[in-house]
Design a protein around this ligand. Structure first.
Ligand SMILES: Nc1ncnc2c1ncn2[C@@H]1O[C@H](COP(=O)(O)OP(=O)(O)OP(=O)(O)O)[C@@H](O)[C@H]1O
Ligand SMILES: [Mg+2]
Length: 452
């Protein structure tokens, strides 16, 4: 059973937290002052410390330091009134797990407590992660979708079958191609990337097939092409949908006959390559709509590996975020160890139109911007996205004998609904008003009233 120390000089708050936390099955101890907390911390170790920030003798920051000194692995959650939010952010810099502004929603509070206790177990389990195959080559991910992909890679790698990898931009198509190559018997042979969208039409033929000296103006010497460079290995055609019809015919021949000729030569050359192609379009649709050759499509697409967008495998987010955090902290010489629970929550609601590449950029930027040792919401730069924490449970069960301010509570709920609607419609006020069942004018009025 998890043990929690609650430090607060207000009796009503201690009573409230006692009811709340024991109901969840935690063992709770209490300290009514900073001094008392310090002497308890000297005697006992806890799985979690929850402390108010403002106390007369030793404040929340003092408790945090004490807790970290006696047991560095114990997470500390700071509770603060709005006025002390700045100090709470400071506390995060000193290694607090999270801060919870007062007044808070009980469901949200419990979730943070659970996460904090869970995280404590996770860091212990991180090494096991590696062993369990949550990484594959350079691929990171533990969602069922990624595990299925690892499995597929393992099964197809040893064959010579041509593979088509499909997925939105930034989902990791090239990494999957490299992982297949790395698992194959060709792994010590070349892996050649051909970016079909990036090479001008006029150059692609000579790039691919090479040429004989004098074949065209500028061909001042014999030159081998990319197929020759990839002989014995794997050739990766990125953005295969961009290939012109003329090149498609020539490529089909290479795949079928395993031969090609350099431009300006007649002699056929043999080549042994495995083809992996990637597309962020629906290639089958391209066959129907835009005349991508059907015969070539079938040749390339013997096995299809389709990578789902990141927003459909949110389970990979924590591991990926951590992976990039470690990478960029090291690269930029910083000591940032984690993404705050707040920031993680925001990331988990973001749709990631640019997929893993976008997540990587977001983390890199936040590592560069962050001045504390933890990634806070302030340093996340998400395009067109309001950083709001949406409360999942809106039953306001936090009425205590201290009382609440009903108009303010109602305004809070209104605010949450509006922010949620704006988020769901990516900021379109017209659509948000529709979702909320109010007029556009009424929404505008509320937005300005609530200063959103
Ligand atoms: N599962 C993953 N684990 C670790 N890094 C990943 C993963 N998926 C993508 N990345 C990273 O995201 C970036 C984009 O990956 P990659 O180039 O393979 O995507 P792509 O699908 O080929 O994108 P595009 O269609 O835009 O070419 C790279 O920096 C890559 O390292
Ligand atoms: Mg790519």
């Amino acid at each position: 059973m998890n043990s929690i120390l609650v430090v607060d000089d207000e009796l009503s708050m201690r009573e409230f937290l006692e009811i709340l936390l024991t109901k969840e099955g935690y063992t709770v101890s209490f300290a009514a002052s900073g001094g008392e907390a310090c002497s308890i911390l000297d005697r006992e170790t806890f799985d979690l410390v929850i402390t108010d920030i403002r106390m007369d003798d030793i404040d929340g920051i003092g408790i945090l330091r004490k807790a970290k000194e006696v047991s560095p692995g114990t997470p500390v959650i700071i509770i603060s009134a709005f006025a002390t939010a700045e100090t709470a952010v400071e506390a995060m810099r000193d290694g607090a797990y999270d801060y919870i502004p007062k007044p808070f929603n009980t469901a949200e509070f419990i979730k943070i407590v659970q996460d904090a206790l869970h995280k404590k177990t996770i860091s212990r389990d991180e090494e096991d992660h590696l062993k369990k195959g949550y990484y594959f080559g350079c691929l990171v991910g533990e969602s069922p979708e990624m595990k299925r992909i690892y499995d597929l890679i393992r099964r197809v790698a040893k064959t010579k079958t041509n593979i088509l990898i499909s997925g939105e931009s930034g989902t990791g198509k090239e990494l999957v191609a490299r992982a297949i190559h790395g698992e194959s018997q060709r792994k010590d042979q070349p892996f050649v990337v051909i970016n079909c969208g990036g090479i001008p039409e006029t150059l692609i033929e000579s790039e691919l097939f090479g040429y004989k000296k004098g074949a065209f103006t500028g061909a001042s010497a014999d030159k081998g092409g990319l197929f020759e460079a990839g002989d014995g290995g794997t050739v990766f055609f990125d953005e295969i949908g961009e290939l012109s019809p003329a090149i498609q015919v020539k490529l089909l021949r290479v795949i079928q006959e395993k031969t090609f000729t350099r431009i300006g030569e007649t002699e056929e050359r043999k080549v042994d390559v495995r083809f992996i192609s990637a597309t962020n379009k629906n290639l089958e649709q391209e066959v129907m709509d835009r005349g991508f050759r059907e015969d070539l499509f079938f040749r390339l697409n013997v096995i299809e590996i389709s990578i789902p967008p990141l927003r459909e495998r949110k389970g990979d987010l924590p591991l990926l975020a951590h992976h990039f955090l470690v990478k960029y902290s090291r690269e930029l010489g910083k000591d940032i160890k984690k993404v705050s629970a707040y920031a993680m929550d925001i990331l988990s609601q973001y749709p990631f139109p640019g997929n893993v590449r976008e997540l990587e950029n977001i983390i890199e930027r936040s590592v560069a911007l962050e001045t504390s040792n933890i990634v806070l919401p302030q340093s996340l730069t998400l395009s067109n996205f309001k950083k709001v924490r949406i409360r999942e449970d809106r039953r306001r069960t936090d009425l205590t004998h201290e009382g609440i301010n009903l108009p303010k509570a109602m305004a809070d709920i209104e605010r949450e609904y509006i922010l949620k609607a704006m988020e769901m419609t990516y900021g379109s006020q017209k659509k948000a008003a529709e979702l909320l069942g109010i007029t556009y004018e009424s929404l505008r009025h509320r937005l300005s009233k609530l200063k959103i």
